[in-house]
Ligand binder design. Structure first.
Ligand code: ATP
Length: 364
């Protein structure tokens, strides 16, 4: 069992450096939690507080119900996997994986059995005699994982473990870590600034900014119902489009000439904003240029000129400007749209998000 509870946790490095502010979170056994956010948002500091590598300024941390603020790292029964692998260059793979067990005076046979089991799970059987310098980046990261696995700890903490790998290997290791989690079910807390990693790996995501939690939720929930403009813009790629405008007569007006009709169901929540300024958020995939859509959505389309058309293979990203704001649309790549083309973009207003323009908070 490994359940973690963060109760009003604060971390201040100096009087004026608040790295983490009022962090509250309950993590259940077997969860795969991802802390995600831009550089400096406090994710690593939070992880280091769990490991006991950073003192907690205020608040309480519990592991399986025990108050652990003052428990030394070695007594927390938690294994950490770092970005730079932290392998010993003079030891071979076997000894690197076995290191922590030897330190804890495990019996020789037990060490052998555990290393064998871990190397089997991680596909390292043929490399046990090699030194780290004779391994690829992905293999080194597997050794670092092996070192965590053999200890059979209560929880794994992973701090950007894939960021030193090339893009293809990163995707491969991503699924290997997920499979590993399915197999071992050990509670895992994983830190990344990469929203794709967060979306694909997490059972729950914790989105952070400037030391504050912005939203906690399942990937789908965070994607479909971002609680503020920061989360809406951070999660999803290409990122959500935002337009400032006014609500009038059940329409969103971003200028005097082109109203976008708000479906009845959505308008219900927006009545009190009638006549007021509001921020509309719409994901690039909810903008459409297909004729069938445009015919159906007569009252929610805008004429645009394409600035850039990027074809990624499976999709095309169109960049344009509406009301002085850059807008991105993801469309079918086979339509052969290019720079300078004029076309109509339809807004799927059923999927629109609305935010308070001053606070950025979602309007339910
Ligand atoms: P990154 O993705 O760049 O690693 P992060 O989200 O993990 O960023 P942290 O490393 O947790 O962010 O840092 C949070 C804030 O605390 C930052 O403003 C950072 O400068 C500050 N900070 C971190 N460690 C220290 C320290 N030892 N002394 C002073 N300030 C620190």
């Amino acid at each position: 069992m490994a359940e973690l509870k963060f109760d009003h946790i604060y971390k201040r490095f100096a009087e004026n450096v608040a790295a983490v502010t009022d962090f509250n979170l309950d993590i259940s056994d077997e969860e795969f939690i991802v802390f995600v956010g831009p550089s400096g948002c406090g994710k690593s500091t939070t992880l280091r507080m769990i490991a006991g590598l950073e003192e907690i300024t205020e608040g309480s941390l519990y592991i399986d119900g025990d108050y652990v603020n003052d428990t030394p790292p070695k007594n927390r029964d938690i294994a950490m996997v770092f970005q730079n692998y932290a392998l010993y260059p003079h030891m071979d793979v076997f000894d690197n994986i076995a290191f922590g067990l030897k330190l804890r005076k495990f019996k020789k046979e037990d060490i052998k059995a555990r290393v064998k089991n871990a190397s089997h799970i991680l596909g390292l059987d043929d490399y046990l005699q090699r030194k780290p310098k004779a391994l690829s980046g992905g293999q080194r990261q597997r050794v670092a994982l092996g070192r965590a696995i053999v200890r059979n700890p209560k929880a794994f903490l992973m701090d950007e473990p894939l960021s030193n790998l090339d893009a293809k290997l990163r995707v491969q290791m991503r699924s290997e870590i997920i499979k590993l989690h399915h197999r071992l079910k050990t509670t895992t807390i994983y830190v990344t600034h990469d929203q794709t990693e967060a979306m694909t790996m997490a059972s729950r995501i914790v989105v952070m900014k400037d030391g504050y939690i912005q939203q906690i939720g399942k990937p789908r929930q965070v994607y479909l119902y971002p609680e503020n403009t920061f989360v809406g813009g951070f999660i999803g790629s290409p990122s959500m489009n935002f337009l400032e405008g006014t609500i009038r007569n059940q329409h969103f007006w971003f200028n005097e000439h082109v109203p976008l009709k708000i479906p009845e169901k959505r308008f219900h929540d927006l009545r009190q904003y009638d006549g007021k300024t509001i921020t509309l958020g719409i994901r690039p995939e909810d903008l459409h240029e297909e004729q069938a859509f445009l015919d159906k959505m007569q009252k929610s389309k805008v004429n645009v000129m394409i600035d850039i058309a990027e074809i990624t293979g499976s999709e095309a990203v169109l960049y344009t400007n509406i009301g002085n704001q850059e807008i991105r649309a993801v469309v079918n790549p086979w339509r052969n749209i290019s720079q300078g083309d004029q076309l109509e973009l339809g807004f799927d207003m059923r999927k629109a998000h609305f935010f308070n323009p001053d606070t950025g908070v979602r309007i339910k």
